[in-house]
Every structure is written in structure tokens, then in C-alpha cells.
Design a protein around this ligand. Structure first.
Ligand code: SF4
Ligand code: SF4
Length: 294
């Protein structure tokens, strides 16, 4: 196993309408691991060969354990990426993250107000160029015009950009308001040039084509393989390990209760059901998992 998404907590200070928890697409874990358990699970990940750790949530910075986890993962030689909405940052917390000398921070930036609040911590997080910063910008049925401004904001700060469609499952109360399916031609006429420019700059043309196809705006085909692939795992906040965020049927056991090698063996057994992408859909694009280069 090469890469682990570690969901440190399901809790978050925001209630985004497209959040997997808000829409009910993901259920809350039964409990959250304590600090000692998080450290133990990190050691288990190391023992099964994880070399890239992606700390996520919920909002991982709501837990004080995230900083020691980042530090310890660095001591173990793992490359670390922190996915955060950035809201918890003050100068002190940004300096603490920077002191861990992590390789990347991805900030969820979905409005200009959120973006402007981050301006102060960005130079601290950049850590003299040692840490790569990326803005994840989710487009919905409502914010097409603001996405353009957010992309400009990120470019002006030399940040990478990930554009994601908001995945709103069928039946969710906010489906008609926030799903990109509700965008009209005028909305797409704003978004399509943005997607084209981003795909050209970032080398993500195939991924952009998948997005367009999902919303009936292009002929793109399903990917032949899934970015979760056979080398990636998801560790939920309660210690459960999955081959994919969306494939809870492919549970590989609890990392606190089973030997790491047994979990790795179950993940390997699940690999063929993951990496050929039979389950590919709008939710996968929201996780930017359909394309290896993202
Ligand atoms: S910031 Fe992320 S975890 Fe928090 S509510 Fe929004 S989508 Fe969910
Ligand atoms: S195709 Fe989608 S649902 Fe299936 S394993 Fe990949 S990311 Fe998960």
C-alpha cells in the first residue's frame, strides 16, 4: 500500500451543502480514535508500506492530534498532504504546520470571503517554498461566476488549483439548488472556458472531459481505471479501513483490532474490484479519483 487517506475526524466547523456527510452519502463513524490509537494506526500504516499520508476529515485541524501525526509521519519518512478548509488557521497554528515541513497543503476555498481569510496564513504555510499549496474549488449550480474569481485568486498566489463538481446525491434536499446538473446553458458558458483553461494549464484534460460527460456537456468516456487503484486505502476515524471512500462493502477490518498484514491482504484482494472502475460515477469525480495525474 502506497497511499493512505487518514480521516482524523468526521467533525467540521462548516456545513457545506455538498459535503458527503451533510448529504448523507457517507455515514458518521461509530467513534473516533484517541491520540494513542491514532499514533498506533499510523505505525500500522507504516508497517504495510504506506509512503504517502493524506490527512483529511471532516476538518482535521479541529483535532490537536493532527500536528503530532504530521510530525511523526515525517519522522517515518512519509510524504504528507493536509486537506483542510483552512478556517482553524491563526498565525500560531499555521506556524505549527509549517514547522512540520509537510510537503503539501490543500485548502478548500469555495467563496471569496473564505479565500480572503486565508491570505494571512498562506505565506506562513508556504514555508519558504518547502510546502506546495493547492486550492480545491468546488463548483455548484450556484457559484459558476465566483469560481472564475477564485481561480484568479489562487493563480495570483501561485497556488495549484483543483476544480471539482459538487456531488449531490439524488434525493438530497439541496439537489436542485446546488448540483451542477441544475446549471443552465448560461452557467455552463461561464464554466466551460474555466475548465478548459484549467485542464490545459494543469494537464488534466481527460479528467475535465469526464466531468463534462457526466453533466451531458461532452462525449468523454468512463475512465478505464480508478485513481484509488490498488495502492490506496482509506482509514476512517474509527479505525476501519476501506479500499475506497465509496465502497464500504470493501471493508478490510479495523486497524486497531486486526494485524496490519491481514488488513493489507484484504485490501489486495479488493484491488481488482477497485482499480477497474466499474463503480465510477459523479462521486468519484468529486474526489478527483478518476485520474492518476490529479
Ligand atoms: S469543509 Fe469539507 S468536511 Fe467540512 S463540511 Fe465542507 S465538505 Fe464537509
Ligand atoms: S471508481 Fe469511484 S467508487 Fe469505484 S473504487 Fe474508484 S473512486 Fe471508488
Amino acid at each position: 500500500m502506497d497511499t493512505a487517506f487518514m480521516m482524523v475526524t468526521h467533525r467540521c466547523n462548516r456545513i457545506c451543502p455538498f459535503c458527503f456527510y451533510t448529504t448523507g452519502h457517507l455515514s458518521y463513524p461509530a467513534r473516533e480514535m484517541g491520540e494513542g490509537e491514532l499514533m498506533k494506526s499510523l505505525a500500522s500504516l507504516d508497517s504495510i508500506g504506506v509512503r504517502r499520508l493524506i490527512l483529511t476529515g471532516g476538518e482535521p485541524l479541529l483535532r490537536g492530534e493532527t500536528i503530532p501525526l504530521l510530525r511523526r509521519a515525517g519522522e517515518l519518512g512519509m510524504a504528507r498532504l493536509l486537506l483542510t478548509n483552512g478556517d482553524p488557521f491563526d498565525d500560531h497554528l499555521a506556524a505549527q504546520v509549517a514547522a512540520c515541513r509537510i510537503e503539501g497543503v490543500t485548502l478548500s476555498v469555495n467563496s471569496l470571503a473564505e479565500a480572503r481569510r486565508l491570505d494571512r496564513c498562506i505565506p506562513l504555510l508556504r514555508n519558504g517554498g518547502a510546502t506546495w499549496l493547492t486550492a480545491t474549488i468546488v463548483f455548484t449550480g450556484r457559484n459558476a461566476r465566483e469560481v472564475d474569481l477564485l481561480c484568479e485568486w489562487a493563480r495570483a498566489r501561485a497556488m495549484g488549483i483543483i476544480l471539482q463538481p459538487a456531488f449531490i446525491p439524488g434525493g438530497a434536499v439541496c439537489l436542485s439548488e446546488f448540483s451542477p446538473h441544475s446549471l443552465d446553458d448560461a452557467g455552463w458558458s461561464v464554466l466551460i472556458p474555466l475548465l478548459d483553461r484549467w485542464a490545459h494549464d494543469a494537464g488534466t484534460t481527460r479528467y475535465a472531459e469526464y466531468i463534462m460527460a457526466l453533466y451531458g456537456r461532452g462525449p468523454g468516456a468512463r475512465p478505464s481505471s480508478c485513481g484509488m487503484g490498488s495502492d490506496t486505502l482509506v482509514l476512517d476515524a474509527d479505525g476501519m479501513v476501506y479500499a475506497c471512500f465509496h465502497r464500504r462493502d470493501l471493508a478490510a477490518g479495523n486497524i486497531l483490532e486486526e494485524p496490519p498484514e491481514a488488513i493489507a491482504a484484504k485490501l489486495r484482494a479488493a484491488a481488482s474490484r477497485v482499480c477497474t472502475a466499474p463503480c465510477y460515477g459523479e462521486h468519484c469525480v468529486s474526489l478527483f479519483c478518476g485520474h492518476q495525474s490529479i
